[in-house]
Design a binder for this molecule. Structure first.
Ligand code: ADP
Ligand code: AMP
Ligand code: ZN
Length: 220
C-alpha cells in the first residue's frame, strides 16, 4: 500500500550540517533530497539562464530573489520522484517562500509534516564553512578537520575530486549568517506556531546529530 507523501524540512544556518545529515536522513526516510543550493549550483555549472541570474547573489552571500527560487523548487517538487514527498534542505529561507510552499502543498491536499531546526553557535559555523570541501561528482560535504575523507581531496563514495565553494570564505559566511538571522530565523516561530518544529542540537558529533534527527522523525 502506498504511504502518504511526507515533506520534511531541514532548517538551520549555513554550515549547520543540513547537507551532511540530509544524505543520511533521505536514505532513512526513503525521500528524495531537495537542496535549493545544490539546484542553483547545478544550474551555474551548466551555465543555464537560471544559473546566470543566481550567480551574483550567491557570490555575495545574499538570497536569490523569492520568485526565482520558489519557481525553481516548486518545479523540482513537481518531478515524479517527489510524489512520495521530499526532504527539503535550504528551502524555505524566507516567510514568502514558506507561504508559497504551504500554498502549493495545500492545493494538493498536502502539508509539511515536520521541521527539524538544527542549531549551532555562529563561531563554530565559521570554522565549519571555511574547512568545508564538496565532491564535484555527488556533492557530498566533507570537512578537512571534522569529517575528512579517507584519502585527502577524494570523495569516499565515488572517488570524485573535492573542491571548495567560491562562497565558503570567512567574509561571505559572515554575510550569509547575517542574512540567516534577518530573513530565515523568523521561520522558526512560523513553524513552531504550527506545532511541527523540533529543535535539534547541531553542536554534537555528526553521528549524534543523525541519531537525534532519526528520533525526531520517528513519529512522522
Ligand atoms: P549545510 O548543508 O547546513 O550548509 P554541511 O552539511 O555542508 O552544512 O556542513 C558544513 C560543514 O560542517 C561541512 O564541512 C561538514 O563536513 C561539517 N559538519 C557537518 N556536521 C558537523 C558536525 N556535527 N560536527 C562537525 N562538523 C560538521
Ligand atoms: P546553500 O548551498 O544552501 O548554502 O546556498 C548557497 C546560496 O544559494 C545561498 O547563499 C543563496 O545565495 C542561494 N540560495 C540557496 N537556497 C536559497 C533559498 N531558499 N532562497 C534564496 N537563496 C538561496
Ligand atoms: Zn562523491
Amino acid at each position: 500500500m502506498a504511504t502518504n507523501p511526507k515533506f520534511v524540512i531541514l532548517l538551520g544556518p549555513p554550515a549547520a550540517g543540513k547537507g551532511t545529515q540530509a544524505t543520511r536522513l533521505s536514505e532513512h526516510l526513503q525521500l528524495p533530497h531537495v537542496a535549493s543550493g545544490d539546484l542553483f549550483r547545478y544550474n551555474l555549472k551548466n551555465q543555464t539562464e537560471l544559473g546566470r541570474k543566481a550567480k551574483a547573489y550567491m557570490d555575495q552571500g545574499v538570497l536569490v530573489p523569492d520568485d526565482i527560487t520558489i519557481a525553481m523548487v516548486l518545479d523540482r517538487l513537481s518531478q515524479p520522484d517527489c510524489t512520495v514527498g521530499a526532504l527539503l534542505d535550504g528551502f524555505p529561507r524566507t516567510l514568502a517562500q514558506a507561504e508559497a510552499l504551504d500554498k502549493a502543498l495545500a492545493e494538493k491536499g498536502l502539508a509539511i509534516n515536520g521541521v527539524l531546526n538544527i542549531s549551532v553557535p555562529d563561531e563554530e559555523l565559521i570554522e565549519r564553512v571555511t574547512g568545508r570541501r564538496l565532491c564535484r561528482t555527488c556533492g557530498e560535504p566533507y570537512h578537512i578537520k571534522f569529517n575528512p575523507p579517507k584519502r585527502a581531496g577524494i570523495c569516499d563514495k565515488d572517488g570524485g575530486e573535492l573542491y571548495q565553494r567560491d562562497d565558503d570564505t570567512e567574509a561571505t559566511v559572515r554575510n550569509r549568517l547575517r542574512v540567516y538571522w534577518e530573513q530565515t530565523s523568523p521561520l522558526i516561530g512560523y513553524y513552531r506556531d504550527k506545532g511541527i518544529l523540533v529543535d535539534i542540537d547541531g553542536a554534537q558529533s555528526i553521528d549524534a546529530v543523525t541519531e537525534a534527527l532519526k528520533a525526531a522523525v520517528a513519529g512522522l
